[in-house]
Design a binder for this molecule. Structure first.
Ligand code: GLN
Length: 193
């Protein structure tokens, strides 16, 4: 498996390490030509404004949109989830606009900018996933074709924080920062099938 990791900004090295630990080949992507021949792409967490600007500047947005429409699996984590969304109220920069979700940035307030929580994600099986949230977004609305995979207990309406739509996977947390590699494994399975 050859998985591209958007390497413009953010936590791309950590994703690389998880992929390599799982036996996949990780390719750092900074230019459109590096998107050829990949079995999947990860858009990491970081700062969505910066990443959007850089993806636009390097001409990566449209090629990625085209590849996703042809079936390329893409996983977005945290800021990467923001970039996958079709709707991000208040965000004036372009996103990939691939997933039928409305995402609220920095959804958990500035006073509690990061926290950790255990999430039941049935698709990953037991035990719960220990998830690290860093100035995290949440999924406010999800269209009919979107399957919500995980919710954050104890929040209003049990906020959706993990979702899948076909070959697109979005999580609001940072699965690359813990030793639990089930989210990446799940993505590799998606990419394989
Ligand atoms: N708050 C960041 C943003 O809006 C996302 C944070 C993250 O990726 N850890 O882009």
């Amino acid at each position: 498996m050859k998985i591209g990791v958007m390497a413009l900004q953010g936590a791309f090295i950590e994703h690389r390490r998880v992929l390599e630990r799982l036996g996949a080949e990780a390719i750092e992507v900074r230019l459109p030509a590096q998107l050829t021949g990949l079995d999947g792409v990860i858009v990491p967490g970081g700062e969505s404004t910066t990443m959007s600007r850089l993806m636009a500047a390097y001409g990566l947005l449209q090629p990625l949109r085209d590849l996703a429409r042809e079936g390329l699996p893409i996983m977005g984590t945290c800021a990467g989830m923001i970039l996958l969304a079709k709707s991000v109220p208040g965000f004036t920069l372009p996103t990939l606009g691939l997933m039928d979700i409305t995402v609220r940035r920095n959804a958990f307030g500035s006073q509690v900018e990061s926290f950790e929580a255990d999430l039941d994600i049935a698709a990953l099986g037991p035990p719960p996933v220990h998830a690290v949230f860093i100035r995290a977004p949440l999924i406010e609305e999800a269209g009919a074709g979107v399957e919500v995979l995980g919710r954050l207990p104890g929040t209003a309406g049990a906020a959706a924080v993990a979702a899948r739509q076909g070959r697109l996977l979005a999580v609001a947390f940072h699965p690359e920062l813990t030793s639990d590699s089930r989210v990446h494994r799940y993505f590799l399975e998606m990419a394989r099938s």
